[in-house]
Design a protein around this ligand. Sequence first.
Ligand code: ATP
Ligand code: MG
Length: 584
Amino acid sequence: MKASSYLIPTTKDDPQDAVVASHKLMMRAGLVRKSAAGLYSYLPLGLRILKKIENIVREEMDASGALEFQLPILTPSEIWKESGRWDKMGKEMFRIKDRHDNENCLGPTHEESFCVLVKPMVRSYKDLPINVYQIHTKFRDEIRPRFGVIRSREFTMKDAYSFHLDDASLDETYQKMRQTYRRIFARLGLATIPVQADSGNMGGSASEEFMVVSPIGEETLTLCDSCGFSGNIEKTPVVKKTSLASKQEEESIVETPGQKSISDVAQFLSVKEEETLKAVALSYDGKYVLVFLQGDRELNENKLKNFLGANELRPMGQSELTRFGLIAGFIGPGFAESSDLLILVDSILEPNFPYVAGANEIDKHKKGVQLSKYYDFSKIQTLDLSQSKEGDPCPNCGHALKAEKGIEVGHIFKLGQKYSKAFEISVLNDKGKATLTTMGCYGIGVNRCMATVIEQCNDDKGIFWPVSIAPFEVCLVSIAKTQEDIARVGEVYSSLKQAGIDVLWDDRDLGPGFKFKDSELIGFPVRLTLGKGFLEKNEITILNRKTMEEKTISGSDPKTLIEEINSLLRSLRKELDDRTKEIG
Ligand code: ATP
Ligand code: MG
């Protein structure tokens, strides 16, 4: 490909709305252009990268035995009503009425569509297991689209769905997908950590997210250096710590004027935050719950939502607090109980420890509050509701956990029978008895992978692509003015093309500095310079973009050059291959 007949619209300045490296570099390198909030157009260079990623995903999915499909993006509301997600999906779903007034949505995910499609095609246990997938556009009206294509409103996802006769078969495919995902990410040059994750509104039992550790990650991972445990903080169990020394204290009321927050109260009364009780009053789906937590802990909304089976969770408003006799900032055990208010106690709280708690009166707290004096612990529900934090004991081995930020690039779930039940997907087993199937589902964000690679592979000059997904593997920069000189470079270019090298010839009529900058910004793994040295002495400089190491070779035989380029490309590929082979 010649740059003079291609499109390389690089820019010097960072776009105003870009805060992360990948977003800035994708725009500056001319890979994408923003069309509206959370919507991006791919330009030819960017599309080449995206397609290479898709192909790696496709090759590995096919090798795992999965079958590729393509389903409509527009889906009728009926199927979402059948699974119960038409309401549950809330505002993230783009809804459209057609001319007949029928409701539809632009698919944010395709469990429902694939269930309806696959159901009549599987009749006997002999038709199972089956793993179906597509690489297609998804729409999600994200509340905060950001970081460019990392969280956009329209994106490409590889989504796969597997159907099984029993749990053992589901587990086998789930493990195979886990392996496939590790191979895919290794081939893309991404180091991922699979972490135990929350299943969200997907339903189901096991789920793992594939995370790339990065300071811009929106997820927090908990990692154990000792036993290798890794979890999403939303799911990480908080195990009991006995750091509170046992203490005797009579209950008494203390004046705490204006001291509403835990840190204010703890400071005012000279106690540790963990010796105070935090009360969180919430409304969920028209019902009410009050949670007691240790003062230094945050509520983990996912744990609570999963326990309650709740869709929406929000703090109680003033009128709701008043209705239950609760005073914001001063809530503690002892308010009049109501059958409409569920009380939950976090399991790390000590029933007999004398905590500082709200006195249910303005500007007053109580000291020496023992939960066991207010609640019957054989009846009240105690459960793990707090957010894990760095330094907490590992739920596996007790060693202190580390916390890191991570970008989620893929997600695998054991869905169980939620959708099989909703769509009544059964097959006849080997005894001729109708048996409900069980399912798994597996997603990868293709565009998000592209941006995540840039997050991991950039320096002050721009991007350095892993050779597996580079827009072109080699960029040939020529500095030739006369027709004769251009023709000499053209001969080299042709011999590279003939040798099957994926090369872009930057033959644009621009200064060498400009072309060098562009090639480093876009990040072609190998750059050849054919300048004065070439025209005078047949010298060609080969640059490894990642390491910026240069080598100059001379001689007029193109074979030497081709062998040099291929040897560098082989070593770049080998790095990725070795990591993929390690996985198996
Ligand atoms: P997140 O927690 O980041 O919103 P999710 O749990 O909603 O992700 P899934 O429904 O599991 O994501 O989708 C599978 C994959 O699709 C994700 O792992 C991610 O790589 C990608 N993805 C999800 N939402 C977006 C988005 N808004 N823009 C780009 N990629 C996305
Ligand atoms: Mg999401």
